[in-house]
Design a binder for this molecule. Sequence first.
Ligand SMILES: Nc1ncnc2c1ncn2[C@@H]1O[C@H](COP(=O)(O)OP(=O)(O)OP(=O)(O)O)[C@@H](O)[C@H]1O
Length: 241
Amino acid sequence: METTVKVQQVSKSFGKKTVLSNVNLNMEKGQIYGLIGPSGAGKTTLVKMLVGMDMPDEGMVEVLHTPMPSLTMLQHIGYMAQSDALYNELTGEENLRFFAAMFTMGKAEQKERIGYAADLVNLKDELGKKVSAYSGGMKRRLSLAIALIHNPSVLILDEPTVGIDPELRQSIWNELTRLKNDEHKTIIVTTHVMDEADKCDMLAMVREGRILTRGTPEQLRQQFRANSLEEVFLQAGGKQS
Ligand SMILES: Nc1ncnc2c1ncn2[C@@H]1O[C@H](COP(=O)(O)OP(=O)(O)OP(=O)(O)O)[C@@H](O)[C@H]1O
């Protein structure tokens, strides 16, 4: 196993508020790693550091053995943020082409990747429409396609399936599973959806800026003597007495 993402003793505050406190995590190649925890726990702040969009006050983050932030690493990281960063006045295809052009890719590869990504999120027939005419779910799907466009080895997805219908959600998860099994990608997902958390190889439960516990979904169920991850989440997510 190869550790591809390393978070070491990371702390972060915004003003007086401590958002992350001494976080340590190792993520492996060929794994789907889920970050779960209540709203405001610090998950997005943590993933932004993995992408290099935010800096820790203390500690360090390494992706593919390179300290972050690193411009060269952006070629190897795909990031889907919680809010869509799309060009509304461009069509779906123009958006995909725009983002693809930011990476080292030949014309033929660009065409192939756009076809693959649009197909995966079931947007092929809508690519000619302006994004301003897309629904919220279509925008999420386009954002996911953009995160995948350059075939990154590390994929970081912040609540990727919000607003996406169950059928497509399932096919996206099937593809994420294929990407980790066949292409040995490292995939990091934040989610509030417990049946998605169950599909992860490893989970870290984040609460109040700390990693409360980690393990496989089965290990967490055993640890909390719970029948479901929903119960684990509710037990671990409750306020400490
Ligand atoms: N730029 C910022 N300035 C000030 N406070 C911030 C900033 N970014 C995040 N926070 C605060 O940090 C805390 C953690 O936020 P974060 O978005 O990381 O949580 P989260 O676990 O991703 O929540 P959710 O599940 O709702 O997305 C929150 O209290 C939030 O208000």
